[in-house]
Design a binder for this molecule. Structure first.
Ligand SMILES: *Cc1c(COP(=O)(O)O)cnc(C)c1O
Length: 331
């Protein structure tokens, strides 16, 4: 469905890091949301006329769902807890792109105590389950952030692209690093690579093997582990969580995050401002501690690392404006 995205090289923590440019997947439907929603783009849904989703008014998923609905000729009803006043008056980023794509954004009325998912179920009168996408009559429901088993289809394709790239470059081993929100992308990639190595080992021992490393950007490591269990009990499929012991609050301005973002951007690739700064902070920690513990013999045989660029750049200008207001006066 999508053309293979390119792989580039940057210098980071005194070594070469490969960057898989999934941000270049498609101008309107990019990054990991496009991979996770690919199923809904390709599958035949003859009766469906409407897509229902929910989450934050600034979320990358909102933009991607709006693009998906437009491509399919469906209406998108997207529920949010709250739309900030300034955003309503000055639509920007993912919110504006979704409106431009015709999304119907519905705010949960003030005074309703139900959590957003329960409210959506009540308002649409559809008992859809979280984790499992449900087609109810003419409507497709997508759980928050695309956290559902249907994400596997698009992520398998991404996994196959990475395996193909390794073969072309005669590489046998790779560590794939990506920052997590719900952990869906990381887990389904890990599952793909585990299953791939099972089918491969009997026929060809020289096929590449990939390990997925991730970090938590929302809610901490315990929360992320819980999310993994919600998707599967099979711990072989759970990616390894890297942490430096610090917690970064999602969406909150943080000097270290801003500095890291500016640092990696100097390599000529624009990264995203919510997940990627935490990703690179944790990756740097991992690479530094891995180098410390390895002796010189092992250093030469270090496993190559690939960072997955998961898109989301449309939210950058508004985050950047907040950062500039906060830090540029102070220098
Ligand atoms: C949504 C998103 C993530 C988190 O993906 P999960 O599958 O929920 O872990 C990471 N990076 C970017 C840029 C995203 O848009």
């Amino acid at each position: 469905m999508f053309a293979t995205t390119p792989v580039q090289t940057i210098r980071f923590a005194e070594q070469a890091i490969f960057v898989k440019r999934d941000d270049l997947l498609h101008p309107d439907f990019s990054g990991n949301k496009a991979r996770k929603f690919q199923y809904f783009l390709e599958q035949d849904f003859p009766l469906v006329k409407k897509l229902v989703g929910y989450g934050s008014a600034q979320a990358n998923s909102l933009h991607s769902l709006a693009a998906l609905a437009k491509m399919r000729g469906w209406q998108l009803d997207y529920y949010v807890d709250h739309i900030a006043g300034y955003l309503k008056q000055n639509p920007q980023g993912n919110y504006k792109a979704a409106l431009d794509n015709g999304a119907n954004i519905i705010e949960k009325p003030a005074g309703i105590e139900l959590n957003l998912e329960t409210y959506v179920q009540q308002d649409t009168q559809a008992p859809f389950e979280s984790n499992k996408q449900l087609v109810v009559k003419s409507t497709v429901f997508v759980p928050e952030g695309g956290r559902c088993e249907y994400a596997q289809l698009g992520l398998d394709q991404l996994g196959r692209e990475i395996i193909e790239w390794l073969k072309q470059n005669n590489m046998k081993k790779l560590e794939l690093f990506l920052p997590s929100g719900t952990g869906t992308t990381a887990l389904y990639l890990q599952r793909f690579f585990v299953e791939f190595s099972k089918t491969a080992s009997s026929s060809d021992l020289s096929l590449p093997s990939v390990t997925v490393l991730t970090c938590s950007c929302v809610g901490g490591d315990e929360y992320l582990t819980k999310q993994f269990y919600q998707l599967t009990d099979n711990t072989d499929y759970h990616p390894r969580i890297i942490s430096n012991g610090k917690k970064y609050h999602f969406g909150k301005l943080n000097r270290q995050c801003y500095d890291m973002w500016q640092h990696v951007n100097k390599q000529g690739i624009e990264f995203e401002l919510l997940y990627d700064p935490v990703g690179f902070i944790m990756l740097e920690h991992y690479l530094n501690t891995a180098n410390l513990s390895g002796d010189d013999l092992n250093k030469g045989a270090a496993v190559p690392v690939m960072y997955l660029h998961q898109g989301g750049l449309l939210g950058n200008p508004s985050m950047l404006a907040r950062y500039k207001r906060k830090y540029q006066q102070q220098g």
